[in-house]
Design a protein around this ligand. Structure first.
Ligand code: G6P
Length: 608
């Protein structure tokens, strides 16, 4: 993971790099560092801890060229030495790296045998020493290109050298990197929001490409040294949407943005009068969609739960048996893949290494890939045959919230589209589902108004150490998501189970100390889930019922009730998840955890 940023321009680089680093901290926040080039010398400072800890020890500098890094440790614990940038022996070259160099060890041993002194336990430090051996003080780009040639693994990196004081070299293989163009200044960063305050004109670097950043622009080439020309893109996200806007945390802001995220994702993609789904971005795959005999859905984390939810709906409404797999398992499970296979890859960031790996495998074996992605221009979009964007806006909080709702809506649209193109579903049959979905934003708004009650519930439960979440059918993946949210940000042990599994294990855990959150809808297997609640109560468990069906029976067996407005099978998963997000958020807030940057986690997991 890690976040990287580079700058060449006319403004003092230090403040600018630090501002960008703070925007990138969601990617990793166990240590941070900065390298500035001024008067042919290197000013380098790095520390275990957050960017704010680094800021406290920095000296003022007028340098206009530099690099910044925020780390999520892979090789070597978070210490001052292991923080980036890493240097050559002479302290004339500084390198920052996001990714993993898989074959670094033999290079490190050879370099040590040739007298290079290593100061860290990282894989990244070899890059600085390899460049040192290839750099004669003139062509830094060439030296970086040569140094990277034998290395395997994933990287986005940036390099400065005191002998090339007016440029930053960048390279990308498997980890994200975007370049920004300003007036007499250029930038590089791991993602778009880090640069939005400075420029909206951006160029995306692809895998296998290098770039030179100079004040008058960027030059790109591939690993063979061939020049590449690429038109810049204008990014329409604004700085304001990438800020907290008065909310205590990004996560809370993003929970409250869900009505918009849903409305934006649905907008202009259907004709309500006819029920027709309009997705021109998928038109080129019509033939593949017709022929598809096998459809997989691959994703990780919260996006995986979106896929699991779709499995139920697709099977029921579209006659499409959807094989849903964790991308990390899919790739190594010898999946059946051929030219009649369709793979749907879901990812908020579009940078998750496992999801990218699954997609590469699928395409190499002839399958077609449709991705559902939130971040414009992300790697996954460029490695798919077609992309359906979720328009949730930038999601900064590490725990995903609004992206999930947008993914669920996009999966519904995609399901309708496939069923309509294959003639399984007439547009007019789609209308009731669409009519229900478009009511979603208003119903979610209503749910968000119950936040005070959820705060009160959080006050009752925030000191508990274990939670169980139960759901059946469509609400089973939502139970999994509820448990994931709670453990991610509050560090409480939480398990999500299919309610039917209760008797096969988790019931043994139930006692007066372990609350169980049960999701019950009148839409599906109500009686069975109700019996599960009785079973919990019979063991003196505490029951928090989340339901769209309040009646005397439910009131009798529940210790607490969260009410969900009645809706449809299309909308129920989107509605039930909202109070679970708020519950996890307020419990974490009461426990005082670092909600937007929970320990050990990162927003985009760009390593396998
Ligand atoms: C990380 C994040 C999760 C996210 C998962 C998948 O674990 O912390 O919030 O759901 O990655 O990320 P993606 O960007 O592929 O949706």
């Amino acid at each position: 993971m890690c976040g990287i940023v580079g700058y060449v321009g006319q403004r003092p680089a230090q403040d600018l790099l630090l501002a960008a680093l703070q925007k990138l901290e969601y990617r990793g926040y166990d240590s941070a560092g900065i390298a500035l080039v001024e008067n042919k010398s290197l000013y380098l400072e790095k520390r275990a801890g957050k960017v704010s800890d680094l800021m406290r020890v920095l000296k003022a500098s007028r340098a206009t060229v530099g690099l910044g890094h925020t780390r999520w440790a892979t090789h070597g614990p978070p210490t001052d030495q292991n923080a980036h940038p890493h240097c050559d022996c002479q302290k004339k070259i500084a390198v920052i790296h996001n990714g993993i160099i898989e074959n670094y060890l033999p290079f490190k041993e050879e370099l040590q045998a040739r007298g290079h002194i290593f100061l860290s336990q990282t894989d990244s430090e070899v890059i600085a020493h390899l460049i040192e051996e290839r750099y004669d003080g003139t062509n830094l780009l060439e030296a970086v290109r040569e140094a990277l040639r034998p290395l395997r693994g994933a990287y986005a990196l940036a390099v400065v050298a005191t002998d090339s004081p007016d440029e930053v070299i960048v390279a990308r293989q498997g980890s994200p990197l975007v370049l920004g163009l300003g007036e007499h200044e250029t930038f590089a960063a791991s993602d778009i929001p880090a640069l939005l305050a400075f420029t909206k004109t951006m160029v995306f670097l692809n895998d296998g490409e290098l770039g030179v950043l100079r004040r008058d622009g960027v030059e790109l080439c591939d690993f063979e040294g061939r020049r590449i020309t690429r038109a810049p893109q204008r990014i329409e996200w604004d700085v304001v949407t990438a800020q907290k806007q008065g909310y205590k945390h990004f996560m809370l802001k993003e929970i409250h943005e869900q009505p918009h995220a849903l409305a934006n994702t649905l907008q202009n993609r259907y004709e309500l009068a006819t029920g027709k789904i309009v997705l021109p971005e998928l038109q080129k795959l019509t033939e593949k969609i017709h022929k598809a005999q096998m459809v997989y859905c691959v994703a990780m984390g919260t996006a995986y739960y979106a896929a699991l939810t779709a499995k139920y709906l697709w099977r029921e409404f579209f006659r499409v048996p959807l094989a849903v797999e964790l991308a990390s398992e899919f790739r190594y499970s010898k999946p059946y893949l051929d030219e009649n296979t369709l793979v749907i890859a879901i990812s908020q960031s579009g940078e998750t290494a496992d999801t990218l790996g699954a997609v590469r495998e699928a395409r190499a074996r002839g399958a077609s890939v449709i991705s559902i992605v939130n971040v414009v221009g992300a790697t996954l979009t460029r490695e798919s045959d077609a992309t359906l964007y979720t328009h949730a806006g930038p999601e900064i909080g590490v725990a995903s919230t609004k992206a999930l709702l947008a993914q669920l809506a996009a999966l519904d649209l995609l399901g309708f589209f496939i069923a309509q193109s294959r003639g399984w579903l007439a547009p007019e049959q789609t209308r009731p589902a669409l009519e229900s979905l478009v009511r979603g934003p208003a119903l979610i708004e209503k749910l968000l108004q119950q936040e005070r009650e959820i705060v009160r519930l959080a006050q009752v439960f925030y000191e508990k150490e274990h939670f169980l979440f139960l759901g059946r059918d469509l609400l089973y993946p939502i139970a999994l998501e509820g448990a994931l949210k709670l453990k991610e940000i509050s560090y409480i042990h939480a398990e999500g189970y299919a309610a039917g599994e209760l008797k096969h294990g988790p019931i043994a855990l139930i006692d007066a100390e372990m609350p169980t959150v049960v999701l019950v809808t009148k839409e599906s297997v109500y009686e069975k889930v109700f019996s599960n609640i009785e079973e919990v109560k019979a063991r003196r468990g505490i029951v928090i019922t989340v339901t769209d069906q309040i009646n005397k029976e439910i009131e009798r067996v529940s210790d607490f009730i969260i009410e969900i407005p009645p809706s449809s099978r299309w909308l129920a998963p989107l509605l039930f998840v909202v109070p679970l997000q708020l519950f996890a958020y307020h419990i974490a807030d009461l426990r005082g955890t670092d909600i937007d940057q929970p320990r050990n986690l990162a927003k985009s997991v760009t390593v396998e």
